[in-house]
Design a protein around this ligand. Structure first.
Ligand code: GSH
Length: 263
């Protein structure tokens, strides 16, 4: 049996749900409310010591880290494969996955929180004492430092410009990969496409699609992915309208600032 601890709008959980849907696997799960701090519940910390989703439990095996989870699923359930039969292409697919763990995931968190999600936390924790209690629950000191900065400083965080520049590079690389190809690697949809989709769609929800206005191939790629069963079942069905509204509204307000960051 497959059991997933996840969150409706978490980008790494979206990636895992897309793979589950692509492979038409049945699963059960818990959708943790991350703003309410459900990831800090002692029972969940026993499963995920850093208090992070997603976590996959397959029979007795507990698998942490979304990139490990999607590669595990692709190995154990080989129907509708998401890794290429070609070794060079497999290396390229892994390269896209590594890019997320080598910084892009954190950079997306920086952008999402500076523009939108910090407002949810500031509303929930109206006093600085309450906010401090929230930060102290984040066990990883480096993650805690980043969260304190982005929630407190928002658009003024120095990390925001660095995150925007990393995205500028990513968008250029994706545009190159998609210049003459429907998918990021080779001629078939792969884990690379499922991995990157949430990281681009989130920018669109934050009203940042102007960052790739010069590259229509990115919008075409997004549109193609959105017709897949994986997207419809793995992302669309879990979409949380209040999060989308917040991202749209605060993204529109932040756009002049965000545009200037790359100017
Ligand atoms: N490298 C991890 C990152 C996991 C991660 O950052 N998860 C976020 C949601 S996207 C989370 O659980 N956040 C909990 C929190 O913010 O306290 C993975 O790929 O699974």
């Amino acid at each position: 049996m497959l059991y997933l601890y996840h969150n409706d709008m978490s980008v790494c959980a979206q990636k895992v749900r897309m793979v589950l849907a692509h492979k038409e696997l049945d699963w059960e799960g818990s959708n943790l409310n991350l703003r309410a701090g459900e990831q800090f519940a002692p029972d969940f910390l026993k499963v995920s010591p850093k208090g992070l989703v997603p976590v996959l439990v397959h029979d007795d095996a507990v698998i942490l880290e979304s990139n490990a989870i999607v590669q595990y699923l692709d190995e154990v359930f080989p129907e509708s494969p998401l890794m290429s039969p070609n070794a060079v292409e497999r290396a390229q697919i892994r390269g896209w996955l590594i890019r997320l763990d080598a910084g892009l995931h954190e950079q997306l968190a920086v952008i999402s929180f500076c523009v939108a999600f910090r407002h949810q936390l500031l509303q929930r924790h109206a006093t600085s004492e309450s906010l401090q209690v929230f930060f102290e629950k984040i066990s990883d000191p480096s993650r805690r430092t980043v969260m304190e900065d982005i929630v407190t400083n928002g658009l003024e965080s120095p990390r925001l410009r660095l995150a925007a520049l990393a995205y500028k590079k990513l968008i250029g690389d994706m545009a190159t990969a998609l210049a003459d190809s429907e998918w990021l690697v080779g001629g078939e949809i792969s884990l690379a496409d499922f991995a990157m989709l949430p990281y681009i769609e989130r920018l669109e929800q934050l009203q940042l699609s102007g960052w790739w206005a010069a590259y229509p191939q990115l919008d075409q790629w997004l549109a193609r992915l959105r017709t897949t069963q994986a997207y419809l079942v793995g992302i669309n069905e879990w979409s949380n309208p209040s999060y989308i509204q917040l991202m749209n509204d605060s993204g529109a307000e932040a756009w002049p600032h965000m545009k200037a960051l790359l100017g």
